[in-house]
Structure formats: C-alpha cells, structure tokens
Design a protein around this ligand. Sequence first.
Ligand code: AMP
Ligand code: MG
Length: 414
Amino acid sequence: MTATEADLTTVEAHLERILSVVEPLSPLDLTLLDAHGCVLAEDIATTFPLPPFDNSAMDGYAVRSSDLAAASETAPVVLPVVGDIAAGSTGAYSVQPGLCVRIMTGAPIPSGADAVVPLEWTDGGVAQVAIRQPVEPGRHIRPTGEDAPVGTTVLPAGVHLGSTQVGLLAAVGRERVSARPRPRVVVLSTGSELVDPGTALSPGRIPDSNSTLLTAAAREAGGIAFRVGIVPDDPRMLLDTLEDQLIRADLVVTSGGVSVGAYDVVKEAIGRLGEVRFDRIAMQPGMPQSFGVIGPDRTPFFGLPGNPVSAYVSFEVFVRPAIRRMLGVEPIHRPTVRARLTSPVQSPPGRRTYARAQLSVEGGTYSVTPIGGSGSHLIASLAGANALVVVPEGTTQLDAGVSVTAMLLERRHA
Ligand code: AMP
Ligand code: MG
C-alpha cells in the first residue's frame, strides 16, 4: 500500500460516522397527504366499526328471505316495493313480511330485511317486483364491523405510509396523524464557473447541473428538497447563503469546492459554521468528501465533490442513506443484485469503484454492462445508467463473465 492509500478512509467508516450523527426526525401532526411516504408514529385503532352499519353489497331489493322460499324461474314470487333506499340515505325504513324495498349498493339495510336480492334475479320492477330465486339469510349484506370491529389496531406505529395506508387512515375517519416528516434538504452548488441552465454560456462557463441533479435525487430519496442554486467561490457569500438557508434545513448538501485546489470555497469557509471534517475516501468516483454538523441546531452537512458523476455517486452512497434514516424508513440502502458482467471494469488499487452500468434481466438472470468512461464529468452516460457495478477495494479488474454486485438505481419519486 502506498502512503496515499494509507490515509484513505473506507466507505464503511465514513458511512458509520454519518449514521452515528443523523437521527430520525421527531414526529409531527401531519395531514394524510403530507404523511404519504412517511413513517407512522402512533398506533391507529378504529373508533367506529368498519363498515359502520349493515349495508347492501348489491343494487337490488332488501327482503325477508323467508318470503322467497318458493321462488323459482317458472314461478317467481311477486312482492310489493314499498320504498327506495339510496347510498347515503338516512331514512328509517322497515320491511314488513310480504314486502320489500329497493336498495342501492352501500345503502343501510332496513330493519326487518335479512337479505338482498340482486337486480339480476328480478324483473327490475318499481311498484312491485318478480323475484326468480330464493335467497339465504345474510346474502349480499356487508355486516357492521366485518372489516374491523371498534378498537381494532389497523396500522401500528412504524409502518411506511403508502397510498393504501393513507387510504385506510381516511377510511377510519382520521384527518391528521402523527408521523415522522420528510427531511427538508437544502441543495446548493459552489463554483464561479457555473451559470443557471438557460443562461447563454460565455467562455469558461458551464451550466450548473448538480443542484438540479441533487435536488431531484433528494426528492427521490423521500426528502422535501429546495434547490438554492449557485454560490460563487467566495467564502463570505457561501457563509451568508448557508446562514440564511439553515432556518429551513434538516440537511444541507453542497457540491464542489471540497478538494485541495485554490478557491475550494467549502473547505475554506465551512469550519466557521460548525464541526465539519474533510476526508479522502477509498472510493472512485467521490474521493474527497466533507461531512459534519453546522449551525445552532447542528444540522447535518454534506460537502460533495463537484464533478457531476462524483456528486451523484456520493449522494447515492452517503446522502441517500442519511435521508432515509431521517425519514425512519428501511432499508436505508439501495438494493443490490448479483449480475453477470458483460465487459471488463477496472478499479484503482485500494479503492471501491462504483461504475455506471445498464442492468437487464433475461430469463430470470441479471446481466450488467458498464457504460461511459471512468471520467467523473461524463454526465451523459450517467443519465443512461440504471445501476452501479460495485468493484471491491481489493480488486483492480473484473473480467467479462464474472458475477458482480450491482446497486439498483430505481428512479421512483418517493
Ligand atoms: P470542484 O469539486 O469544485 O473542484 O469541481 C470539480 C469539477 O466539477 C469542475 O470541473 C467543475 O467545473 C465541475 N462542477 C462543479 N460544480 C458543478 C455543478 N454544479 N454542475 C456541473 N459541474 C460542476
Ligand atoms: Mg469548484
């Protein structure tokens, strides 16, 4: 091992340091749609039965089943129809022997009735109806509490609230719930060479892609992300911007300015706002990393390297797990699969490489093809990747045909 490799921090050690600082956010009272995607922080029990009253499962006629014992195709039973009950009806109907009531799906079963005859078994009459077959007691009635009696815990604290879970919260009559909120992630780019996308380029300038990339990635990870945009390589401006932004941040992510060049503004300035470390991590891309806490609330801070591929890979490996930890969801890491490598990948000695790749599945087995060069500025090939091939620290070359670990980059808006 060379002298430079010796002072590299492993990916695991850096991640451990991050996860020892970052904690799940405290629960808040949220509306159901704000709680969507979050983790529930209370047990939810029904305060009324589901369904709340006996109701009809069909459009048809509420009857006394004993009246229809003799009904058949050839000798239908004819009953007078004495009323009409729509869903939402609050009228108190009752069905006397020898009579029936027309009823719609979801409408309350009138007293006296013990079954519903579907419209399809009848002539559909309005004043009187001919019913062509008998019906068993209880048929086509959805009884009170069938789904959940009063006092049933339908969702325990700790569940991840997807669409069906927030739907259930609404069904049990909740308007708001206690849930861990989404972390608010403030994203900014440092670099005096950067201009906003859409601005005409002048010599030496490039569009700022990182703040858009990282804001979108933070949203995909489950955060509420704010794209602050560009800060030039001026320590005073960076400090002022961060001080302004800290008020709305649970997490701050910057890109650029963390290596050893002149004008590496994050490195120059951030120490004044808190305790931030600068480390060289045994990985490729993404070797220079900065992490710490800043501001009065000790807000976690990530200073990612500026090359877009490095910034993105660093986000996936370090920032995404931190956002997921704050949300309180599991797993915090991207899923990995074993896949057959279709062409060789190189990796510098002593470092873990994350290589952009396309993963596909054929006949139940995965194969993975590295794409793009090793340059960390190659954002065009990054956009074509749906996986990262992970080359372990002890390996400098993986040959075509071997089985490798691929990290899946599912791009779902969480
Ligand atoms: P730095 O980490 O600041 O030394 O930047 C490394 C490389 O990434 C340089 O080529 C920068 O121009 C480029 N870079 C830095 N920030 C951004 C950004 N927000 N968008 C696109 N490229 C960037
Ligand atoms: Mg820079």
